[in-house]
Design a protein around this ligand. Structure first.
Ligand code: ADP
Ligand code: MG
Length: 255
């Protein structure tokens, strides 16, 4: 049965989408049957895999509103073991349209249950908010992976995210775990980066992944070619960091 990992942090620009795309690709490269589920109306995860969001007809929006089933909306990718559940800007409306529906926080969970047995991993790229789309993702997930950018304000807002995780654990999904904190955009020449990473390790201990994602230009270039980093430049430090992260996850590290 697939392990469902939500990549979440309500801050924008911390590396959620880069992590979701490259972790999913690395798991697929290790022949794990993987789905990348795009829960962000901006659909950056889709474009990062070369899917043109203007051409996508059915998306996770149709699934959340019960108008399509997951199998209908899933798309293949260039990687044999990787499928995508796309999103587009329609998804902005879902937050409002789900209001008033019974169990509106659990629609994604119920939809994923229908296909869970056929996959090894489902990686969910969450939007930069703690609204209903993120709550649906957390309700469906086994664990949350929190990317943290190594910068001065890294920990800011983390309390709010942890509080949201606790509320979801209490009310919606008791088995949800904090899978791990992932340090992203790490620059070894920058003292502040080391300070932030020390502080986070002191605070979260074993919950921090050993793998650290360096600041690496290949990771920011790859999406413009519609490719995960391991297809664009497998030797790059960025691609290698996500391959290491996938290994850590497969062997039971942090998560
Ligand atoms: P989020 O999904 O949290 O908003 P993104 O993954 O889209 O964050 O990353 C924000 C920006 O930073 C993007 O332009 C992305 O290409 C770039 N980026 C992310 N991780 C790295 C990294 N490790 N090195 C260099 N650039 C990165
Ligand atoms: Mg994103």
């Amino acid at each position: 049965m697939a392990k469902i990992i939500a990549v979440a942090n309500q801050k924008g620009g911390v590396g959620k989408t880069t992590t979701a795309v490259n972790l999913a690709a690395s798991l697929a490269a290790a022949e794990k049957k993987t789905i990348l589920l795009d829960m962000d109306p901006q659909a950056n995860a889709c474009s990062g895999l070369g899917i043109d969001k203007t051409e996508v007809i059915l998306t996770v929006y149709d699934v959340l509103l019960g108008e399509s089933n997951i199998a209908e909306v899933m798309l293949p990718t260039e990687l044999k073991y990787l499928s995508v559940i796309p999103s587009n800007t329609n998804l902005i409306g879902a937050e409002i349209e789900l209001i008033g529906r019974p169990e509106r926080e659990k629609q994604l969970k119920y939809a994923l249950e229908t296909i869970r047995d056929e996959f090894d991993y489902i990686i969910v790229d969450c939007p930069p908010s703690l609204g209903l789309l993120t709550v649906n993702s957390l309700s469906a997930a086994d664990s949350v992976l929190v990317p943290l950018q190594c910068e001065f304000y890294a920990m800011e807002g983390l309390g709010q995210l942890m509080q949201t995780i606790r509320i979801v654990q209490q009310d919606l999904n008791p088995k949800l775990q904090l899978g791990g904190i992932l340090l992203t955009m790490f620059d070894g020449r920058n003292n502040l980066c080391h300070q932030v990473s020390d502080e986070i390790r002191t605070h979260f201990g074993k919950k921090v992944f050993n793998s650290i994602v360096p600041r690496n230009v290949r990771l920011s270039e790859a999406p413009s070619y519609g490719q995960p980093a391991l297809m664009y430049d497998i030797a790059s430090r960025g691609a290698q960091a996500y391959i290491e992260l996938a290994k850590e996850i497969v062997t039971g590290g942090a998560i």
